[in-house]
Design a protein around this ligand. Structure first.
Ligand code: BES
Ligand code: MN
Ligand code: MN
Length: 456
């Protein structure tokens, strides 16, 4: 522990400077205009892995953005940890709401503000630096493989192919990921599940062209109104999702599991205050923790149609659109839910419009084990670094590739995230506490130490 703290102290500024360099790349995977920057981020990541001491570092080409691979095999009889992370980020929009530019990392009040500060550059880079620390101090007790991808925020389609084609190279005993949140620094926690995802786009078509809303309005169905009604009908009065069959495969938690989840500290007043909302909302019969961690949901991510420019235009739009996502829990599958949604949405369309449903991407839910040696190692590492034992929680987000690691490689995952829900992931003014960054670099080597010891 002393060696770790000393190394971090002696290299404090450099550890931060390098993260800042990484954050300066606008590596937005969703928008092709950032292509050059995304590719440069992969090269930077590879260079830093190499500099930290990784062997066989490769920027592996795919049909999309490359996957950065690197490894350090110290002894084939020792356990192997596969570290996964992503160097791509979400689009920074809406830009005008950022206090400082998203790709010019700025420190305010001990926090780094930048797109990707927490999700996931700040978090995966802790692993690169913790690896460097173990190499420099001769304390690496396990084999390590790094796989850092550039398409997580757009569904990891090419990583799926890469995993299937590189089973031998990716052989490991556990996958370690820092891309999730903790309750707080005072109450550290480990996420033990991720939700799955079905993401699709719907289009509602009305007349064959935009119409004068005075000449035709009242006589021709407005697709925006129809879309709004169709979307509103997707939840019933108890906020259950009203798609037939939607809940058929949902595994209900036992009373004991529900009790354990609800015993985690959660202050509804603070929650509401932070978001400036008067009341929370959700499925009747479930707490906020359960609604986000253990229940499936349906959200409109975007909705548009007609005139949305400056001023007013009197128009009856010919078309309206929405992007809709559903978060899934065990044992729902994205394929079945996507199909149920599509059939339902087409069925409820009234005769005066046509609808089209286009699936985007999906991912399966996972629950990670809490009785494994790797989970215990994470528990011990956090307890040692934070002075408090971590609480298991269920995360509401999705990392679709985790279910695939299990299905294709047969490897379970430990989600050792150091973010906070208040870090504004995907929002303007995303941040990551400098304290969390250093704390992560401190905790990760302890994970390796305990994992090696417990694996003996
Ligand atoms: N790191 C997040 C997922 C996450 C955040 C899990 C917080 C738990 C707590 C990841 O980068 C992400 O945003 N995933 C997307 C899914 C992807 C297919 C676009 C998500 O959850 O929306
Ligand atoms: Mn992420
Ligand atoms: Mn994300």
């Amino acid at each position: 522990m002393q060696i770790i703290k000393q190394y971090i102290e002696e290299n404090k500024q450099r550890l931060l400077d390098e993260l800042f360099d990484l954050l300066r790349f606008p590596s937005v995977s969703a928008d092709p205009k950032y292509k050059e920057a995304v590719l440069n981020t992969a090269d930077y990541t590879a260079e830093k892995l190499r500099a930290a001491g990784a062997d066989n570092v490769e920027v592996c080409q795919t049909a999309g953005y490359p996957i950065v691979y690197g490894e350090k095999i110290i002894d084939s009889t020792k356990p192997t940890v596969l570290v996964y992370g992503h160097y791509d980020v979400q689009p920074p929009d809406p830009l005008e709401l950022w206090e400082t530019p998203p790709f010019e990392p700025t420190v305010r009040d001990g926090k780094i503000y930048a797109r990707g500060a927490c999700d996931d550059k700040g978090q995966f880079y802790m692993h690169v630096k913790a690896f460097e620390l173990m190499m420099q101090t001769n304390t690496l007790p396990c084999n390590i493989k790094f796989m850092i991808e550039g398409e997580e925020e757009v569904g990891s389609n090419n990583l799926g192919i890469f995993v299937k084609e590189n089973k031998e190279r990716l052989k490991a005993d556990v996958v370690l990921i820092s891309d999730t949140s903790m309750i707080s620094m005072e109450t550290p926690s480990l996420e033990t599940g991720l939700r799955g995802l079905s993401y699709l786009e719907v289009e509602v078509f009305g007349p064959n062209r935009d119409l004068h809303s005075g000449v035709y309005g009242g006589a021709v169905a407005n697709p925006a109104t129809i879309l709004a009604k169709m979307i509103a009908s997707l939840h019933d009065e108890n906020n259950h999702i009203a798609i037939p069959g939607f809940y058929d495969d949902v595994v209900e938690l036992t009373d004991e599991e529900r009790k354990a989840l609800n015993s985690a500290p959660y202050n509804e007043e603070e929650y509401k205050k932070d978001l400036d909302i008067a009341e929370v909302w959700g499925e009747a019969g479930y707490s906020t923790m359960e609604r986000t961690g253990t229940r499936p949901t349906l959200e409109v991510n975007g909705i548009w149609g007609g005139y949305i420019g400056e001023g007013a235009k009197t128009v009856l739009p010919s078309k309206a659109n929405a992007k809709i996502s559903m978060r899934l829990v065990p044992n729902q599958t994205s394929e079945k839910i996507t199909q149920l949604f599509t059939e339902h949405f087409i069925r409820i369309a009234p005769p005066y419009v046509k609808v089209k449903v286009t699936p985007h991407h999906g991912g399966e839910p996972v629950v990670t084990p809490t009785d494994s040696v790797a989970y215990q190692a994470a528990q011990k590492a956090i307890t040692e670094a934070f002075g408090v034992e971590p609480i298991p929680t269920r995360g509401g987000g999705s990392i679709p590739i985790v279910a695939l690691f299990e299905a294709e490689l047969g490897i379970k995952t430990v989600l050792m995230g150091f973010g906070l829900d208040s870090d504004a992931l995907h929002s303007p003014n995303e941040k990551y506490d400098i304290f969390n960054y250093y704390k992560g670099i401190e905790t990760i080597p302890l994970f390796y130490k305990h994992y090696a010891e417990l694996s003996k």
